[in-house]
Design a protein around this ligand. Structure first.
Ligand code: ADP
Length: 369
């Protein structure tokens, strides 16, 4: 049997896109890149949005149609690439022209470990060899100075090309500025609204960040006008949403995700991080206790069609590392360090897919240690 592109197109005409009821060829969803090599067939399907809820069902239906109408011997499983139309790379940011990727780290509610994840992700990215900056924009509890053992740092001014700029503090290969450097402890919470937004704009635009591969922003929890200001000010590459598997946290994470994907904000969600996924006591390393419920974030990720970027266990060293200013990601051989290294690698991969206009992949590797 010989397979022709037209045979493939005819089979694909039998597949309807559930959102409109029209067939996927008529809708222009089949890219003009069908490749046939013996029984091996590859091509791409184009979707409007990277989080289109019908991606998986349409791909499955296309595979089935080809094997039903042409023959079961056609090798098509996992050969269809999914691309999204609305994924044009954001314009290089005017405020941060030397920064390649801007990542917002957020959570629906406080206390789920957003700042811990942001700090360890920054360190893990730096250990992978990337140039990394971190802006602590958590006005309600700026904790990065402590996590980076930089509580005493007082960023000074430097002159760069005739401009006076704030020089970020630096530790563990990460450049860092925090709203906490500029307000007294306890006063931060008074810095709401416009005042906080202006201060943050200054920490972004008037700081000597230099060339960076990844610029992470540790956002305040929930949704606020600070989020809106930042997304209006910066071309954010994507958001990483942190949650625990507990129902109340998941409900808020869901709200956070819909804020990012909503029309007003429209920032792609790179994926979810399940923090405090389980507890393993040091004396029983094979036991896992699901204190906040099992795999809640995994289910939410599947339901919302966003990748699960990592699962981080509850470990005493993570908490101590935060308090002592030594993030656990500094030791990639520890179980927790490996979990953060895997998270960093998954973030890098999702950013690459975004930048190449490919849809996010669900098949993200999660630490198995
Ligand atoms: P958020 O930024 O969401 O408010 P934090 O990162 O400040 O949360 O974390 C809240 C507390 O929980 C901190 O004391 C932190 O050290 C601790 N913590 C966070 N993640 C873990 C974890 N995986 N294991 C143990 N303790 C953790």
């Amino acid at each position: 049997m010989t397979i022709y592109p037209q045979l493939i197109m005819d089979a694909l005409k039998k597949v309807r896109y559930p959102g409109t009821g029209k067939d996927i060829v008529e809708m222009g969803m089949v890219e003009d890149n069908i490749r046939i090599d013996g029984m091996n067939v590859t091509f791409s399907l184009l979707f409007d949005k990277p989080n289109d809820p019908f991606i998986r069902s349409v791909v499955k239906a296309a595979e089935t149609a080809i094997q039903t109408y042409i023959g079961p011997e056609v090798n098509i499983k996992n050969n269809i690439t999914v691309k999204a139309k609305q994924l044009a790379r954001p314009e290089p940011d005017k405020l941060l022209p030397q920064v390649k990727n801007i990542i917002a780290v957020s959570s629906g509610k406080g206390g789920v470990g957003k700042s811990t994840v942001a700090a360890n992700l920054a360190v893990a990215l730096a250990r992978l060899g990337y140039k990394v900056g971190l802006l602590d924009a958590d006005i309600f509890g700026p904790s990065q100075p402590k996590m980076f053992h930089l509580e005493e740092a007082r960023p000074c001014m430097v002159e760069v090309d005739g401009r006076e700029l704030i020089e970020p503090a630096e530790n563990y290969g990460v450049k860092m500025l925090s709203i906490g450097f500029f307000v007294n402890k306890g006063d931060a919470v008074l810095w709401r609204g416009a005042m906080a937004s202006n201060a943050l704009k200054q920490l972004i635009g008037d700081a000597n960040w230099g060339e960076l591969d990844y610029f992470l922003i540790d956002l305040p929890p929930g949704t606020s006008d600070i989020h809106l200001t930042l997304v209006q000010t910066l071309a954010i590459t994507g958001a990483v949403v942190v949650s625990t598997p507990q129902e109340v946290a998941l409900a808020d994470a869901r709200k956070g995700i819909s804020m990012f994907t909503g029309e007003k904000v429209n920032v792609p969600v790179l994926g979810l991080v399940e923090n405090m996924a389980w507890f393993t006591p040091a004396e029983l390393p094979n036991n896992k206790y699901y204190l906040f419920g099992k795999e809640g974030c995994k289910r939410l990720a599947e339901e919302l069609n966003v990748p699960l970027l990592g699962q981080i266990p509850i470990v005493q060293s993570i908490c101590e590392g935060g308090d002592q200013g030594k993030p656990v990601a500094l030791d990639p051989d520890s179980i927790t360090g490996a979990a953060f290294r895997d998270l960093a690698e998954n973030v890098v991969e999702q950013v690459r897919l975004r930048n190449e206009n490919l849809a996010p992949t669900q098949r993200v590797h999660v630490t198995k240690k």
